[in-house]
Design a protein around this ligand. Structure first.
Ligand code: FAD
Length: 349
């Protein structure tokens, strides 16, 4: 079998690459073992443009956000499924100091913040907002399992998907491409999530896996809340008083799933957000692929020109992933330069 590109892993990263390559008329084969728990299957999928307590507007945020919205909308159109849910986000201040920081930032550059913020309209006495807050614009959440499922279906229809674990040691590189088992390809892109450096080609990349926990809750007293509530932790309303809550950033990989401390930490965050009573109906945890904060790292192997890397989506994969996938595909197909901040060769060699 001959394809243009082999993609290793069908998480968010591998799926985004597959869509971008297909749109450039490339034939792809995506290989994934279909593990029950992965970062993409557990993630909340939040897009919060103004994340962090310093309220920095990162360079290129507007372009990446617009690109993500457009890409998800087009993908929804071509699959007939909905993944992205635009939703108002109530960003509540954690302290008076945080509120002051916000006011100073907005006063210094009101035009930049206008695109992403407006006055708070959340009004439920059971939500704790002693320091006030603002409404974040342009955000929402992505139903990642729905996106992965629709992508897999789209690939299967094009004979572009195989269940399996691709062992990087079995990949042979040639001058014109790569070979794996009976498959020949022009190139291979590794999008393995937190296992990104368990790979003979990329064992020099410092992947720092980080565990995240999420709880499913029933909070009947908040059934009229339609905002995502964000203040250190977050609550995403799912309708009829059901919520998802999170999250944690743990580094103990010995016992990543179903961990008591992770469960307890999310509960503490929920109690800071609301004094309503609630019941926990589920707890899930998964390992995020983090390299340096939530910065995507990608590029070509330094001595194997047909071998590529795409990883490090961290806790902002839904927002940042589409734009970066497009840049990597343009780099591969059109020799366009990668942004230096994201190129594995300028950062880790
Ligand atoms: C609790 C939690 C909450 C999160 N919340 C958010 C959020 O609100 N917003 C946000 O943007 N992001 C969030 N994230 C992060 C988000 O999940 C990641 O950015 C993104 O999903 C990572 O996708 P990925 O494809 O890089 O990795 P993964 O989802 O880990 O996918 C990697 C895939 O590669 C496969 N694979 C690995 N090795 C091989 C191999 N050798 N052969 C074949 N296949 C292989 C794996 O089985 C897997 O399917 C959260 C994560 C967690 C855990």
């Amino acid at each position: 079998m001959k394809v243009n590109y082999l993609i290793v892993g069908q998480g968010l990263a591998g799926s985004l690459l597959a869509w971008h390559l297909l749109r450039r008329d490339q034939r792809v084969l995506v290989v994934d073992p279909e593990e029950g728990i992965t970062s993409s299957k557990v993630a909340a999928g939040l897009v919060t443009p103004l994340a962090g307590s310093r309220f920095n507007i990162p360079d290129g945020l507007e372009e990446r956000l617009d690109y993500a919205h457009q890409f998800y909308w087009e993908t929804e159109e071509s699959t007939g499924k909905q993944f992205f849910h635009h939703q108002r986000i109530a960003r509540l201040f954690r302290s008076d100091e945080e509120k002051t920081t916000w006011e100073e930032r907005v006063a210094a550059d009101p035009d930049a913040f206008e695109r992403f913020s407006g006055p708070l309209s959340l009004d439920n006495p059971k939500i704790a907002a002693p320091h006030g807050g603002f409404e974040m614009k342009g955000g929402g959440w992505m139903d990642l399992p729905a996106f992965l499922g629709a992508t897999r279906y789209h690939l299967l229809e094009r004979l572009g998907y195989a269940i399996g674990f691709l062992n990087p040691d079995e990949v042979e590189t040639t001058e014109d491409g790569v070979k794996w088992k009976n498959i020949e390809a022009d190139g291979i892109i590794f999008a393995q999530g937190w296992r990104g450096n368990q790979n003979r080609f990329f064992d020099w990349i410092p992947v720092k896996p980080t565990v995240g926990d999420i709880l499913d809750l029933s909070i009947p007293e908040l059934s009229d809340v339609s905002h995502i509530v964000n203040s250190g932790g977050w609550l995403i309303p799912k309708g009829d008083g059901a919520f998802r809550a999170g999250s944690t950033y743990r580094h103990d990989l010995d016992d990543p799933y179903g961990h008591d401390e992770g469960h307890a930490e999310v509960l503490r965050k929920v109690r800071n957000l609301t004094n309503a009573s609630f019941e926990v109906s589920g707890h899930r945890a998964a390992i995020r692929p983090v390299i340096r904060r939530s910065q995507v790292f990608m590029g070509r192997h330094p001595s194997e020109p047909r071998v590529f890397f795409f990883n490090g989506l961290g806790s902002k994969g839904v927002l940042n992933g589409p734009w970066h996938a497009q840049r990597l595909v343009s780099h591969i197909l059109d020799e366009e330069a990668l942004p230096e901040a994201n190129d594995i060769r300028s950062n880790f060699l």
